[in-house]
Design a protein. Structure first.
Lengths: 312, 311
């Protein structure tokens, strides 16, 4: 049965000047009660400010029992991998193995370059940096003393507790381009793009799985996920206005550009259901929903769609 | 009224091979239920491994309502200050302003030098690094765009939410030597040592407050805290043995050396009550207890001491 996830609106709340976390924790509890399979939090430090995802997810973990918890997506290149391994291991303990580490590289824009500068990390070769960081995390998650000398130097290092799951949480990569698909199959545990249309999804996930096979990994062990944005409204024009407003506001660029780059849906609940199902039919087993505003109502609608699809 | 705090045994549990956080969260809930004023978590990355304090405190924040939550003590020099400001601000929102940021510099040991190497931070000038890091955190906590050119470079940077408390959580410094006392008075909001004896505390606190006055700050606004380790047992010989055993395992050096450096008490409940009170009489307004040996029983005893002292 495909799983349905929900992204907490951390960026949106900070943009609105609502910095409190109480309402976000309530939304997480509501989502779990409504039967969502997973709860997600995005990442950005200075480029598009929001709550720190690992810190917030630790509190969500303490307030939920069943839902998986994930980052959508974390930017590991911004963080020291030893500290990251340490925090993620503690978080996975708090979540008792419910953690999914969605990771990505940020787009190349001036705000992101300033973010790397503020974090004291070179922007160049950030993909290589991310890959090595995740390898170092995995080495530390074994609990065995680690010796490492490449971008980082570790001598007989171990960090805090090991993660709840032996070897650490599954790592899903958000790469939507061919190189990203190949990298996912070669190195990671799940594919978590926001780019492919339902029509494109099967061929692209086939590439991910082929890369896994070529790397001597089990292609079927790789999770096929998708990150989607929705405005559900029976008035189609109003739905369209909402998503355009939302995207323009969120990214500070014209909505049309974003709608070309990320998959989004604006329309009726019936249409949303068919669209979500089309990704499952295309091979996605975990569909994460980001709602353009109006969270309580959208959460209810999403949960009804889930029941109607028989995904619960 | 002096406040009484409790340190969660994160290092101890990891040493025992118990990485689960459920029992730690249950201890935090128990401490709050017993009326402890604050719950604390220590820090170390690879030198003396334990849970990440900011992540664990976020979960404690999600499970408690009233107790203050603090780091005892965090090593800011190991972390990028922009990311630290970001995480601390999120944590302070989660606990709705109950956070106290205890900070320190680690002792110069080979393991701590490896900690700095692994986190990619030069060990030299770590005090200045900590001080600049905290200044940068405070600048980011205003919520105003920050331009910074020093050890770090920030251009019109803002991070996520601002902390719940305007300006951010109070920062307590654990430094105990004369320079550390002066630094506390000059820069920080509380003094949080583990070294002074009750009879030394008053004079040392005076150094902190006079440094504050010299820096044009309100000396009375600086919190006076104390980090102590206890074994409470009616059999004094057994208490002593438990303490020594605990310190040897924790620090991997002779217990006598640690007991010379950090204030520890091993003995009866009445003795513990008198000893804790002696710090309050010396001017401490917040006393944090670290227990060696069995925790549940000693939490109950300490809660009884707190009531008996009228705190």
């Amino acid at each position: 049965m495909p799983k349905l996830g929900y992204l907490l609106p951390t960026r949106e709340r900070v943009m609105e000047g609502h910095h409190e976390t109480g309402p976000l924790l309530k939304l997480a509890e509501t989502a779990e009660r409504l039967g969502y399979d997973s709860i997600w939090v995005g990442d950005s430090v200075t480029a598009r400010p929001r709550h720190d995802p690992l810190t917030l997810l630790a509190a969500v973990a303490a307030r939920t029992r069943r839902a998986e918890l994930g980052t959508a997506v974390l930017l590991p290149a911004l963080r020291n991998p030893v500290l990251l391994a340490h925090q993620v291991a503690t978080l996975d303990r708090i979540a008792e193995g419910r953690l999914i580490l969605g990771i990505g590289i940020a787009a190349d824009m001036p705000a992101i370059r300033r973010e790397f500068e503020a974090m004291g990390v070179p922007f160049d070769k950030r993909v290589g940096r991310m890959n090595e960081a995740m390898r170092l995390c995995k080495a530390l998650w074994t609990g065995q003393p680690v010796d490492w000398s490449k971008l980082w130097t570790v001598k007989q290092g171990t960090v805090g507790p090991t993660p709840h799951r032996p070897g650490g949480p599954p790592i899903w990569f958000g790469g939507g381009l061919p190189a990203g698909r190949e990298r996912t199959g070669r190195l990671y545990d799940g594919w978590f793009p926001n780019l492919p249309t339902p029509e494109e999804y099967p061929a692209q996930i086939a590439e991910v799985r082929a890369a896994a096979k070529a790397a001597g990994r089990d292609p079927q062990a790789i999770t096929g996920a998708i990150y989607l944005t929705l405005a559900i409204d029976d008035d189609a024009r109003r739905a369209d206005d909402k998503i355009n407003d939302y995207l323009a506001n969120y990214y500070g660029v014209p909505a049309a550009g974003m709608r070309a780059r990320q998959r989004s849906y604006a329309g009726s609940a019936e249409g949303a259901k068919a669209w979500i199902k089309s990704y499952a039919d295309a091979g996605a087993t975990h569909v994460m929903l980001r709602f353009a505003g109006d969270h309580e109502r959208h959460l209810e609608l999403g949960s009804r769609i889930k029941r109607d699809l028989g995904w619960s | 009224m002096p406040k009484l705090g409790y340190l969660l045994p994160t290092r101890e549990r990891v040493m025992e091979g118990q990485g689960e956080t459920g029992p730690l969260l249950a201890l935090a809930e128990k401490a709050e239920g017993l009326g402890f004023d604050s719950i604390w978590v220590g820090d170390s990355v690879t030198a003396k491994p334990r849970h990440d304090p900011l992540t664990l405190l976020a979960a404690v924040a999600g499970r408690t309502k009233k107790a203050e939550l603090g780091t005892a003590v965090l090593l800011p020099a190991l972390r990028n200050p922009v990311l630290l400001a970001h995480q601390v601000a999120t944590l302070d929102q989660l606990c709705e302003g109950r956070l106290i940021l205890g900070i320190g510099i680690a002792a110069d040991t080979p393991a701590v030098r490896r900690d700095f190497e692994a986190t990619g931070v030069p060990f030299d000038k770590r005090v200045a690094r900590m001080n600049e890091a905290m200044l940068l955190c405070r600048a980011l906590w205003t919520g105003q765009p920050v331009d910074w050119t020093g050890l770090w470079t920030v251009k019109q940077g803002t991070v996520g939410p601002t902390p719940h408390r305007p300006g951010g959580p109070p920062i307590w410094y654990g430094g105990f030597q004369p320079a550390g006392r002066a630094r506390t008075g000059r820069l920080y909001d509380g003094w949080f040592p583990s070294q002074p004896k009750p009879e030394e505390y008053a004079a040392q606190l005076k150094d902190v407050r006079s440094a504050a006055r010299t820096a044009g700050r309100d000396p009375a606004a600086i919190a006076a805290a104390m980090y102590v380790t206890l074994v409470i047992d009616d059999d004094p010989a057994r208490a002593d043995a438990t303490m020594n055993d605990y310190l040897v395992r924790y620090y991997r050096m002779p217990a006598a050396e640690t007991r010379d450096r950090e204030r520890c008490f091993a003995g009866t409940e009445a003795g513990a009550a008198a000893w804790i009170k002696s710090y309050a009489d010396a001017g401490a307004s917040h006393i944090m207890l670290r227990f060696a040996g069995d925790i549940e029983r000693q939490l109950d005893i300490a809660a009884r001491i707190k009531r008996a002292l009228g705190w």
